[in-house]
Design a protein around this ligand. Sequence first.
Ligand code: NAI
Length: 351
Amino acid sequence: MVHRPHEVSDFQEDIHVVSNADGEAIGVIAIHSTALGPAAGGCRFWHYDSHADLTADAIRLARGMSYKNAVAGLPLGGGKAVLQRPAGSFNRAALFRAFGDAVESLGGAYVTAEDVGTAVSDMERVRERTRYVAGLDAEPGKSGGDPSPWTARGVFEAMQAAARFALGSNLDGLTVAVQGTGNVGAALCRMLRAAGARLVIADVDRRRVDALVAELGARAVGVDEILAADADILAPCALGGVLSSRTIPSLKARLICGAANNQLETEADGKALAARGIVYAPDYVVNAGGIINVSAEYLGEAPEAVERRIAEIAPRLTAILESAAREHIPANTVADTLARRIIARGQRAAA
Ligand code: NAI
């Protein structure tokens, strides 16, 4: 495994190339910060056009994890693994064992778990090679398992609080457009429906959409229509970079609150949203439920600790939105400033 330092905006980073048994590069592990503890963040398994694109995504995601973990009050730094999904057939177990070897070689500096494209079964293969992995099936009375339901719960509670703040309403009767109905998106849809919200949904995987239309009476729209759908709230729950100068002008929702990491293409897009009067719930503030569960599993904490920390997400978001409104600063900037302050405090304490 090659190791080379890499400069990323505000921190000095490490990028570790993950290789398979034949020595071919299959992805990277990006470590953004270990100031508050081991760099923790899931493993994404996705197709990228180039190794450079994959690496850039890993770096962005790792920084998001640092900020997310800091703001959530977890004793963890930030990191992320991104593996290239092979185009043809491949040996999935061997691939995740090779990834486990790479995680092990970092000696605990990075702790992995699931992310887009990976499942509990993949983390079990990783566990064969390293103990620096979470997101495995929970033992009775202990935290663990698929983090997605916890992420969905945090996003849902955050959305309730943000709707009260931005729209002066509970979710009953509001229309929520959900982009991406995978693990988190589908769980979120079920909670929203139970709370009386109307659903507009889209996913590149038509079977997922059809299943939720049948189960929840959701209205399906095309993947090109979902961002600008006629809705009160937009919940991006697919991939990052969906809020940009290309998409923001046509948004109809007055509130954005979803699970996807790195929803803003650039920091300036947060300003553009604020200028349009659209309230943006910073992604890493609201989607911390999964890493909270992963953290509890890794640290051996009881499920009550997960409940307690997830219950803090909604009031934390409200405080950030209030501060943004009071100081006329975009909410993403308020959150970033808070995260950097917490990480800097950790760096000073470690020095
Ligand atoms: P997933 O892979 O289960 O679901 C993602 C869904 O988005 C898939 O159904 C996929 O077909 C769909 N999708 C991809 N591109 C799309 C497009 N252009 N338009 C519409 N749909 C599209 O992933 P999961 O776990 O539900 O995560 C969703 C997002 O939330 C990701 O950005 C992930 O990084 C983020 N997240 C997930 C956490 C978790 O606990 N799983 C924790 C925190 C963040």
